[in-house]
Structure formats: C-alpha cells, structure tokens
Design a protein around this ligand. Structure first.
Ligand SMILES: O=P(O)(O)OC[C@H]1O[C@H](OP(=O)(O)OP(=O)(O)O)[C@H](O)[C@@H]1O
Ligand SMILES: O=c1cc[nH]c(=O)[nH]1
Ligand SMILES: [Mg+2]
Length: 209
C-alpha cells in the first residue's frame, strides 16, 4: 500500500487555518486554496525524474539537470477541485487538465457522476487528481475508478483536508494511489462533514449555499 504524505509545512498550515475560519470570505478562500495547491505541488513533484543535458552558460559549457519531460494531467473533481488547478498549473504549465464531475448526494452521501472529459493520452500521463476534501472517500474512489477504466495507471491524489475514514477507503480500494494531504482531521459528523474541517469547500469557493 502506498503511504500517505502529510505536507504540514508552516506556510501551508497557517494558510489552511485562515481558510478554516468561518469569517474568511470567498475571495480570500480562493486565493489561499490556489496558494496551498502550488506549495503542495512543490512536494508532490519531488519524485519527478531529472536528466543531464549540456548547456552553455555565459562562462562555459556545462552539464545541467532538467526534467525528463514527464507528461502530467491534472484532474480536478468538480466543483471544488477546480480551486486547486491554477496553483498547480503555475508550477507545471505544460500539464493537460481533465475534469470529472461528481456531487455527493446529501442523503445517501454516495457520489453521483455528471461529467467526464479526460486527455486522450491519459494512460501515458502521470495524474494528479485534486479535491480539497476527502470525507467518506466515496468521490475520490469513484474518480480513481473512472480514471483506471480509461487506462490511467499512475495516479496521485492531492487533498487539502482528509478524514481518517476517507484515507482508509482510498487505501483499501486503491492501494496503488499515493495520497498527499495538508491535514488529517478528527472525524466525520452525522452529515458526512469533516470535523473540524472548513465546511462545504465548493460553496465557500463559489459563494453558493
Ligand atoms: O469523500 P466524500 O464523502 O465523497 O466527500 C467529498 C466530496 O464532497 C465535496 O464535493 P460536493 O459533493 O460537495 O460537490 P461540489 O464540489 O460540487 O460542492 C468535496 O469537494 C468532495 O468531492
Ligand atoms: O467537510 C466536507 C465534506 C465533504 N465536502 C465538503 O465540502 N466538506
Ligand atoms: Mg460541495
């Protein structure tokens, strides 16, 4: 089973605490989510391969390290995952972006699929699946299942806050997927919300209820 990486850098935790505060409005919430996604990308790409190439500085020829040009796809789970895409694209501008639309039925807490559009070469790409909240894990598990059905092999899941229940669900259904989170919270409440969490991420990003 792949490990869970908790990226608990002080800058990330500080920004996340502002996001958790119920008095933080949509503008700041969106900006902070984008910034944290960018900071998490720095850590998620640590395993990317480098190669030596010959370059010429103004002084002399030398060998220098550059990325091997690995193909990446960023796949947000709509809607809330959209809030993380621009931050990742700032560091990986050549990545393609796929979209998986899921909403969680408020009664059953089961995910309902309403959209899927992925790059045609998804099976050759390293995939960063993004969603700020990993609660029961139902949405992430379904999105990973969909990606695998389309041929995806190499998937990393990036979330802001996870409940222990969500981590367990992804690890048991998809042990090959590496999970990156900024924080693991205490538990879920009776409505399936993460405690203490930050509320409904999609509603806070887009200003809806
Ligand atoms: O782990 P789970 O129990 O499946 O819950 C997590 C999901 O719930 C939220 O989406 P929501 O259904 O609120 O849709 P939205 O992004 O459109 O608001 C969140 O962004 C995840 O996708
Ligand atoms: O706490 C939660 C759980 C699911 N979805 C959210 O947006 N927040
Ligand atoms: Mg929502």
């Amino acid at each position: 089973m792949k490990k869970v990486v908790v990226i608990d850098h002080p800058l990330i935790l500080h920004k996340l605490s502002i996001m958790r505060d119920k008095n933080t409005g949509s503008k700041d919430f969106r900006e902070l989510l984008e910034e944290i996604a960018m900071l998490m990308t720095y850590e998620i790409t640590r395993s990317f391969q480098l190669e030596e190439v010959e370059i010429e500085t103004p002084i002399c020829k030398t060998k220098a390290k550059m990325l091997t040009g690995k193909k990446v796809a960023i796949v947000p789970i709509l809607r809330a995952g959209l809030g993380m895409v621009d931050g990742i694209l700032k560091l990986i501008p050549a990545a393609k972006v796929g979209h998986i639309g899921l909403y969680r039925d408020p009664e059953t807490l089961k995910p309902v699929e309403y959209y899927c559009k992925l790059p045609s070469d998804i099976s050759e790409r390293e995939i960063i699946l993004v969603d700020p909240m990993l609660a029961t894990g139902g949405s992430a598990c379904d999105a990973i299942h969909l990606l695998k059905e389309k041929g995806a092999k190499n998937i990393k899941l990036m979330c802001l806050i996870a409940a222990p229940e969500g981590i367990e669900a992804v690890q048991s259904s998809h042990p090959d997927v590496e999970i990156f989170v900024a924080a693991v919270d205490e538990r879920l409440n009776e409505h399936g919300y993460i405690v203490p969490g930050l509320g409904d991420a999609g509603d806070r990003i887009f200003g809806t209820k």
